[in-house]
Design a protein around this ligand. Structure first.
Ligand SMILES: Nc1ncnc2c1ncn2[C@@H]1O[C@H](COP(=O)(O)OP(=O)(O)OP(=O)(O)O)[C@@H](O)[C@H]1O
Length: 979
């Protein structure tokens, strides 16, 4: 296959995909530090701003439009014979696999590769009648600079549990896949499996098989991190059957076929990573080193191609530095239309990596590719000939006799006029027919119009008569009549349908009417039933009233008939009794109320006390928290200031480095006054270089310290928020197994933490749940403030570090020692370096000596500390035992138990008393009969000897010696920063 045809220059298109903050980042309280300018493909981070071809995610365009805007043009180009490449680049965990859709889980349908497959097959479906297609796919990965075939059926899928890796294992003895370059510069893979696919399902199966075989592993930054660069390649071959009939109307097979072949590489690169952050060691670390090497080589290729000056100078492009760059040779600066998707995380902790990715991508935008249509040389020759033929035919046509054209034009005009007449006539006929039909309908309904209808029918029949038809045929258009028939047929059909509908409606109407009737019957019956019921009730009411009246009358009669005086006495007694009863009840009520009041008052007082206690506790807590916030803020401020100073210094040094390079090159070029100036300038340059290096180290150190502070703050904030959330739902803390107060369930915070950190989290949780709601809110607010300060500081440092790294890279590529133009310069500088190194070594030696001495002192101190600690413990134990003994002795003096029985008690408590001599202020002395008396200021040994209690110390406070030890220990611990 040969790339032929005119090439078009086109730049590599770069799209940025900003993923949202993910679970882990949210748990770490990360802030979004990436701003996407709305309506513009612009990304800002810290003080840096970048413009790309597209920006998706965050406040940019929705990710769903990425495929339409970036990938569809490439798929279309594939059908025109253009190679294409989609490259996903970014730090580990930034969403490359998600974007490409090779993970087979969350993004499978929205990923680029599945969408490409759908688009390809639907296009093939629509074109398959004109074009013959053949599709092949291959899927390889580059793992540790080794190309592995992910579709090789003979290799085994293996889960390498030792390293936690999953991936393919090549069959022993099988030759490795080779990268070859053909004479015309096309890169091919010898020995990789190319699977022919005919359906979408088959292609999807290949993707699935390869994705499952890909090497993945777990790191601190991504549970399922791709440990290799993966390339899924689709090869589309087309046989165009353009122009199958030659100009003379004779089929011409040789002239009609055109063969095109284009490749689409879909590349999911492994993520760039820092071993420290991914926490990788052993095998994972080695993988990381290889990944970074490959990406560095890719970066160098991008730099070489993206720098216009270098391009013009024809600088060597280091494609051969890695297998990845070798395989992507065509995609970068070659025969391909390329889209690079830079995936970034918006989290502040990833600011440095995000900046590096954006810079990398920005450079890639300058790469110029030269895509050409890939067609078969034979068919391209044929195409040329065909084009020539078409051109000649057109020329021939133009030169033909113009009279012929004139005649044809007149004929066309005549035909058009005839056509117009016919159309008019047809229109009239149609309107007449509709009148006839109307009359016919009326006739059926007995309308007077029926008389006319016969005449019109006759007229119509005359129209349909053979001579009429003949006229029609003569005019060359019999279609109108067919149309009329069709209309009539349509009309009949419509009428039938309407009839049916009417019939249906009538039927339903009847149904409804019968339902109504039925319902009407029911209503009457119900009315009657309830009417009767009401009447019955009315009658019952009347009866009851009559009964009541009768009873009242009876009572009146009875009272009128009794003796008046007896009644009076009876009344007086009854009244007295009543008033007495009322009095008693009143007293009882008063008593009850008094008791209730007393209880209420007591409970109020208790509550008040409780509230006061709570208030005091809250106030204390508030003050403590305030102090803590203040202290932490100050520490953070100090740390941030230190970091800002280091960052500023680094910035200045980097600026100064630029100008010093210029000065030195001027001096080295002979513009300096003499050799001595040159020597001094070189020495200054070297000092400066070393200072930059040390400063970068300092900033990185500050960066890491700041990250740790940030992580601790974020951790506490996450826990506090969780506690607050649970509390707002009305859940109360419960005690966990470890004794700490906990809420029912704990989030994934604890699931992800290893042992001791888990313990710490529990502790934080305990503290958080013991805070009052107000204190919690205040602490959350303060933590959020501190986090935001920390986040800004981190982004500023990341920006300077990324700058320093980039300049260092540029410097390394350019050659650090370019400024040395003569042997003299080199010798002088070497001499200077030697003496500087000598000084540094001497200083180091002195420091080491000092350190050694300090270490020895430290060791002694630690020994002393341990000894004191042991002594402290001994004293404490002793104190405990004595307390027990005192308790027993006191009990004896009260209960009269004999010391003998107490001895058993003490023994049971493992209380064998060791002799110790301590100053005592108050002591008890026991006689053999068990009686005790108090003695003071006497040094005695407490010892159970031959059933005799001698003395037992009563001092409860720790002894002066224990106090001294404790103080010494506290001081020492504070000095060495030990908890
Ligand atoms: N646009 C997105 N929306 C939601 N979640 C995303 C998005 N992009 C990535 N993620 C999530 O982020 C995590 C990391 O993504 P992914 O594995 O694709 O990263 P990666 O760049 O391929 O990492 P590595 O280089 O380590 O393989 C996954 O859990 C994924 O679900």
């Amino acid at each position: 296959m040969e790339a032929t045809g005119a090439s078009e220059d086109c730049c590599v298109k770069v799209a940025v995909h900003v993923r949202p903050l993910i679970g882990d980042e949210k748990l770490q309280g990360c802030k979004d530090c990436v701003t996407v300018i709305q309506g513009k493909p612009q990304v800002q981070i810290g003080s840096h701003s970048f413009t790309f071809d597209h920006v998706y995610g965050s406040t940019g365009s929705p990710s769903s439009s990425m495929f339409e805007e970036c990938i569809v043009p490439l798929v279309d180009g594939l059908f025109q014979g253009y190679n294409a490449t989609v490259l996903a680049y970014g730090q580990t965990g930034s969403g490359k696999t998600y974007t490409m859709g090779t993970s087979l889980k969350d993004s499978y349908q929205t990923g680029i590769i599945p969408q490409v497959m759908n688009a390809l097959f639907s296009k093939i479906e629509s074109l398959k009648h004109q074009i013959g297609f053949q599709l092949h796919v291959s899927f390889i990965e580059i793992l540790k600079e080794e190309v592995r075939d992910l579709l090789d059926p003979t290799s085994l899928n293996k889960s390498d549990t030792a390293n936690g890796n999953t991936g393919k294992v090549n069959v022993p003895g099988k030759p490795p896949i080779q990268i070859r370059e053909s004479s015309n510069g096309v890169i091919t893979l010898a020995g990789s499996t190319e699977v022919g696919v005919g359906t979408l399902k088959e292609m999807a199966a290949c993707l699935e098989q390869g994705s499952l075989s890909r090497a993945t592993g777990s790191t601190n930054m991504n549970n399922q991190s791709s440990r290799s660069h993966a390339i899924f390649t689709i090869t589309l071959e087309q046989m165009h059957k353009a122009n199958p009939i030659s100009g003379d109307g004779i089929p011409n097979d040789i002239m009609s076929e055109e063969y095109l072949c284009a490749k689409l590489h879909l590349v999911d690169l492994a993520g760039s990573e820092r071993a420290k952050r991914t926490g990788s060691d052993g095998m994972r670390f080695k993988e990381g080193v290889h990944i970074n090497k490959g990406l560095l080589a890719l970066g160098n290729v991008i730099s070489a191609l993206g720098d216009e000056k270098k391009r013009k100078e024809g600088v060597h492009v280091p494609y051969r530095d890695s297998k990845l760059t070798r395989l992507l040779q065509d995609s970068l600066g070659g025969n391909s239309r390329t889209v690079m998707i830079a995936c970034i995380s918006p989290a502040d902790i990833n600011a440095e990596e995000t900046l590096n990715t954006l810079k990398y991508a920005n450079r890639a935008r300058n790469i110029q590719n030269k895509p050409v249509v890939n067609r078969d040389p034979m068919s391209s020759e044929m195409l040329k000939m065909r084009q020539q033929l078409e051109y000649l035919q057109a020329e021939l046509c133009a030169r033909r006799n113009s009279d012929e054209v004139q005649v044809l034009k007149e004929r066309i005009a005549w035909l058009e006029a005839a056509n117009e007449d016919l159309c008019r006539e047809l229109h009239e006929c149609r309107s007449r027919r509709s009148i006839v039909e109307q009359c016919e309908t009326d006739a059926q309904n007995g309308s007077p119009c029926s008389v006319k209808s016969d005449g019109l029918k006759r007229y119509l029949r005359s129209i349909e008569a053979p001579d009429y038809q003949m006229v029609e045929t003569m005019m060359g258009d019999s279609r109108e009549i067919d149309e009329e028939d069709a209309k009539e047929w349509e009309h009949t059909l419509l009428q039938n349908t309407m009839d049916k509908e009417l019939h249906e409606l009538n039927r339903r109407l009847e149904e409804k009417e019968s339902e109504m009737k039925l319902f009407g019957g029911h209503t009457v019956a119900l009315k009657q039933h309830f009417g009767k019921k009401i009447q019955e009730l009315e009658e019952e009411k009347k009866d009851v009233q009559q009964e009541r009246d009768r009873l009242l009358a009876e009572i009146e009669n009875l009272s009128a008939g009794s003796d008046g005086q007896t009644q009076k006495v009876h009344d007086i007694h009854a009244q007295t009794l009543k008033s007495l009863e009322a009095q008693v009840q009143l007293q009882h009520r008063i008593k009850q109320e008094a008791e209730q009041f007393r209880q209420w008052k007591a409970s109020r007082e208790k509550e008040l006390l409780q509230l006061r206690k709570e208030g005091r506790r809250n106030e204390y807590e508030r003050q403590k928290l305030q102090a803590l916030n203040q202290r932490q803020k100050l520490v953070l401020q100090r740390k941030t200031e230190e970091a800002a100073m280091a960052t500023k210094r680094l910035k200045e040094l980097l600026e100064a480095r630029k100008s010093s390079v210029r000065d030195n090159s001027a001096t080295a070029n002979g513009n300096g006054t003499n050799g001595l100036t040159n020597e001094k300038a070189l020495q200054r340059w070297l000092d400066h270089e070393l200072e930059v290096m040390v400063n970068v180290q300092e900033v990185r150190f500050e960066y890491e310290k700041q990250s740790q502070v940030r992580a601790a703050l974020a951790e506490e904030l996450a826990v506090l928020k969780q506690v607050d959330d649970l509390a707002s739902k009305g859940l109360s803390p419960s005690r966990g197994n470890n004794g700490f107060a906990r809420y029912g369930t704990f989030s994934s915070v604890e699931v992800h933490q290893p042992g001791n950190l888990q313990h710490l989290m529990n502790f934080t949780f305990y503290r958080a749940s013991s805070l009052s709601p107000n204190a919690r809110v205040a602490r959350i607010y303060s933590l959020e403030n501190m986090l935001s300060i920390s986040s800004n500081s981190l982004v500023a440092m990341a920006s300077q570090l990324s700058e320093a790294e980039e300049r260092e890279r540029a410097f390394t590529n350019r050659g650090r020692w370019n400024q040395l133009r003569s042997m003299g310069d080199a010798k002088n500088l070497l001499q200077y370096m030697f003496s500087s190194l000598g000084d540094a070594r001497c200083q180091l030696w002195e420091k080491e000596m000092e350190n050694r001495e300090m270490n020895e002192q430290l060791k002694e101190l630690v020994g002393l500390l341990r000894q004191s600690e042991l002594q402290r413990k001994e004293v404490e134990n002793e104190l405990k035992l004595r307390e027990q003994a005192i308790a027993i002795a006191l009990a004896t003096s009260v209960t009269g138990n004999s010391p003998n029985s107490l001895k058993h008690v003490a023994d049971d408590m493992n209380g064998s008393l060791s002799p110790i001599s301590v100053p005592a202020q108050k002591q008890l002395k026991y006689s053999p009969d068990g009686t005790a008396r108090t003695i003071t200021n006497e040094k005695v040994s407490s010892y159970w000897a031959g059933r005799k209690w001698k003395t037992v110390e009563m001092e409860k406070k720790p002894s002066p010696m224990a106090c001294t030890i404790q103080m010494e220990m506290a001081e020492a611990m504070e000095t060495f920063g030990m908890d």
